[in-house]
Design a binder for this molecule. Structure first.
Ligand code: DX5
Ligand code: ZN
Length: 217
């Protein structure tokens, strides 16, 4: 599978959001990753439905929405209405994950499940065949610009094994601290989608950086 890149809008200039979305439109990016935080599940607040809707108005790439919120079930339909193509919920926030995954799919979105750094891949054993994407957090969620956690490689290997063993079609997405230092190794280990925020938006030419990440292997 071709490496896919999802620039994270969290690291963009929110005062120039339209221009930032247009930069991604004109780049080789495959998605726009949108982080929604509630200040409860994670110790930060980012953006909500009106901003998601505004991004969608200008976006020409599918919106990959990462919900770092408690009780995500309440917001699945509003997120789909605001433009989400892929909706990812945290396993740690979903006591009825099977039901939540079905609800996402019934809305016509791709269903993603995110795992915090301490959450073992084996917790996905009985849901992996239902899931379109597994997002492995490679930093503790809540903030951009953090240091990549090396244990992630081990989790990519375990997840790749689980996907093969179960015949799942799930893709592997990595979120947090992605840069040229780890992108090649992650893709080689079996990752399919890399989220990159700080590394892309703090670079001189974000579109060029997206291209470099995408073509690293
Ligand atoms: C962190 C978010 C990430 C974040 C990644 O909680 O889920 O999507 O934007 O940012 P970088 O690439 O800067 O670590
Ligand atoms: Zn994210």
């Amino acid at each position: 599978m071709n490496p896919l890149i999802a620039p994270s809008i969290l690291a963009a200039d929110f005062a120039n959001l339209q221009a930032e979305v247009e930069m991604i439109n004109g780049s080789e990016a495959d998605y726009i990753h949108v982080d929604i935080m509630d200040g409860v599940f994670v110790p930060n607040i980012s953006l909500g439905l009106p901003v998601l809707e505004a991004i969608h108005r200008h976006a020409k790439k599918p919106l990959d929405v990462h919900l770092m919120i408690v009780e995500p079930d309440k917001y699945l339909a509003p997120c789909q209405k605001a433009g989400a193509s892929q909706l990812t919920v945290h396993i740690e926030a979903c006591p009825h994950l099977h039901r939540t995954v079905q609800a996402i799919k019934e809305l016509g979105c791709k269903a993603g499940v995110a795992l915090n750094p301490h959450t073992p891949v084996k917790f996905l054993e009985d849901i992996i065949r239902e899931v379109d994407v597994v997002l492995l957090m490679s930093v503790n969620p809540g903030f951009g610009g953090q240091k990549f956690i090396d244990n992630t490689y081990k989790k990519v290997n375990a997840l790749t094994r689980l996907i093969v063993e179960t015949g799942s079609h799930a893709r592997i997405e990595i979120d947090g601290g992605v840069s040229m230092d780890n992108a090649g190794k992650l893709f080689s280990a079996g990752a399919n989608i890399l989220v990159a925020g700080h590394f892309v938006f703090s670079s001189k030419s974000p579109a060029e950086t997206i291209k470099k990440l995408k073509n690293i292997v």
